[in-house]
Write a protein of this length. Structure first.
Lengths: 170, 409
């Protein structure tokens, strides 16, 4: 493992009690949700991870403790190394602090996670849906959300489908 | 179930200035059906006369739920959906997805397959930059460049068609190698392109690089500082035009890029013209990589021999019981991948294209996340466009080089 990565993992373990997991050469730290902002700040300011490369979430439904993991991928330009962070979240309607103040591009990433998983980001400046229509119900990437299809319109079922379509009728 | 909800200005209140509420500035809708937004991008503009005060991008019109759909497919079948993300960089999407699967199940790729992957992704990079150059010049009212660029792009699409049978969505890269070996005409076709193309780049150069009208429209337009480029996490040519010398092909070489000699072009001005220069030089460097990879293209198999993950060749099916069983198992059930997540990223024409792939022990991915460069890079459009004219906004959309299939997934 890279020396920079080892130092960072060691320091964060002492300071914040994070747990390190290594899988296929990828280093990931498990961080508790109340410490995520401080962990990101430390990684950016002290260890040079100045780029938030990716941010997403994973749903482990029907497991509820924890149900979601929010995943962060940070990148250090100077050392060309990546570090992953995972924040486990409990329950069906979880929330976690935003890291917008540290990495501004978390703005759209967090809007997408809210849209797709229904995870709230406390303190976010603009938490609206981003990909789905504004009046959509549900969060599509949750595992209990069905992978549904729209019924094909034929002449025999046209009226029935048309009645359910949400456009304005006279 | 379908209660009608209206979006009122109150919901967007924090994004627009007080002057809009007083009626001092105008709110104007641009897109999603607008030729210069390069797809279905909608922008809500707050204008003072012709000057952009605020620009609020509204995306999601091309959202196709690819991430959700991939969770319902086997690893090999999900590969087919990857082409549809960034439709100007189809083989690049195949590449990063295949690399993620290969990392997850620890599969080796033969050297010949790696070299062909490099050749095709670099050709695709040139094709993608040609579309960018053509449409960008067209937005700035240079019509002929557009026609020339699409003429040359056709040569590359012919090469892709020769390999995978389709011009764009060929799904030619598969986990463990390639679908099949390249045909015999492949080498001649690529050499012909390598010979013809440098003169064509010089032609575009002559048309644009010192053209006063082009300079007027691109210089000092949409300046992005080095600090902002890093803070906002932009990657690719936009980042390099702002003075950050970072290219994943050099920083974390994959698929054998470490063997090839090439330069990462960097500019420091951070304006639209600097981004133009970076992309033009990138095309020349891609030619160098293709030349080197083609000169030392090794012979050998193009698919991994690990039959637990890669289907056997068709010729074996008639004679080998084992091959038939593997073929049947792989095409009905697929292979199982272990529990755990991997993140793999490559340098696409637009920046860092990453995949987070998580397995759950079964034949379907538990989660596939696409970190697409257009999505992240589009976030800086409001910063770039502040204080510029509406006409320049068109140049700025072109210079960010978004593909809406890549933004919305």
């Amino acid at each position: 493992m890279n020396e920079q990565l080892q130092n960072a993992a060691q320091a964060l373990k002492e300071k914040f009690g994070t747990e390190m997991v290594e899988f296929r050469g990828d280093v990931t730290l498990i961080v508790s949700s109340e410490k995520i902002v401080e962990v990101c700040r430390t990684l950016r300011d002290e260890f040079g991870f100045e780029l938030l490369a990716a941010q997403t979430a994973v749903d482990y439904w029907p497991e509820l403790e924890p149900r979601f993991h929010v995943i962060y991928q940070l990148y250090s330009l100077a050392h060309s190394v990546r570090i992953g962070l995972q924040v486990p979240l409990q329950g069906n309607a979880p929330s976690v602090a935003t890291i917008e103040s540290i990495y501004p591009n978390a703005n759209w990433h967090e809007r997408e996670i809210w849209d797709m998983f229904g995870i709230r980001f406390d303190g976010h400046s603009d938490l609206r849906r981003i990909l789905m229509p504004y009046d959509w119900e549900g969060h599509p990437l949750r595992k209990d959300y069905p992978l549904g299809y729209e019924e094909v319109q034929f002449t025999f079922n046209y009226d029935e489908i048309d009645r359910r379509k949400p456009y304005a009728k006279e | 179930m379908f209660e009608k909800t209206e979006v009122t200005l109150d919901e967007l209140r924090h994004l627009i200035s007080d002057r809009a509420v007083e009626g001092d500035t105008v709110l104007l809708n641009m897109g999603p059906q607008h030729p210069s937004t390069h797809g279905v991008l909608r922008l809500l503009l707050e204008l003072d006369g012709e000057v952009v005060i605020n620009c609020i991008p509204d995306i999601g019109f091309l959202h196709t739920g690819i991430e959700k759909n991939m969770e319902a497919k086997t690893y090999e079948k999900a590969d087919v959906m990857t082409d549809r993300l960034d439709y100007l960089n189809t083989v690049g999407n195949n590449l990063v997805y295949c690399m993620a699967v290969e990392k997850l199940v620890e599969l080796d790729v033969p050297l010949r397959a790696q070299a062909i992957r490099v050749i095709l992704t670099e050709l695709q990079r040139i094709a993608s930059h040609l579309v960018w150059l053509g449409t960008h010049a067209l937005d700035l009212a240079a019509m002929s460049v557009f026609l020339y660029c699409f003429r040359e792009r056709e040569m590359i699409l012919d090469i892709l068609e020769m390999c995978g049978g389709q011009r764009m969505m060929a799904t030619y890269f598969r986990p463990g190698g390639l679908w099949r070996d390249v045909p015999v005409e492949f080498e001649d076709a690529v050499r012909h392109f390598l010979k013809a193309f440098p003169a064509r780049i010089d032609e575009y150069d002559a048309l644009l690089t010192k053209n006063p009208l082009f300079l007027e429209r691109t210089r000092k337009i949409g300046v992005l500082s080095r600090e902002d480029a890093i803070r906002w996490g932009v990657t690719g040519p936009i980042q390099r035009a702002s003075g950050v010398a970072h290219d994943l092909r050099k920083a974390q070489p994959y698929s054998g890029y470490e063997q090839y000699d090439f330069i990462v072009p960097v500019q420091t001005d951070g304006d639209t013209y600097a981004r133009y220069l970076v992309r033009m030089e990138e095309m020349r460097q891609s030619l160098r990589i293709v030349q080197q990879a083609l000169d030392k293209l090794p012979y050998g198999p193009v698919r991994s021999n690990n039959r637990k993950f890669v289907p056997p060749p068709r010729s074996e099916l008639g004679t080998s019981m084992e091959a038939l069983i593997h073929h049947f198992k792989l095409w009905t059930e697929g292979f199982n991948a272990p529990k755990g997540g991997v993140y793999v990223a490559v340098e696409s024409p637009r920046g860092e294209l990453g995949v987070y792939l998580e397995g759950n022990g079964g034949p379907n991915p538990h989660r596939v996340y696409w970190r697409t460069p257009s999505f992240v890079n589009l976030q800086i459009l409001p910063i770039l466009s502040k204080g510029h004219l509406v006409a320049d906004l068109v140049a700025l959309i072109g210079t960010v080089d978004i593909v809406l299939g890549d933004v919305d997934r």
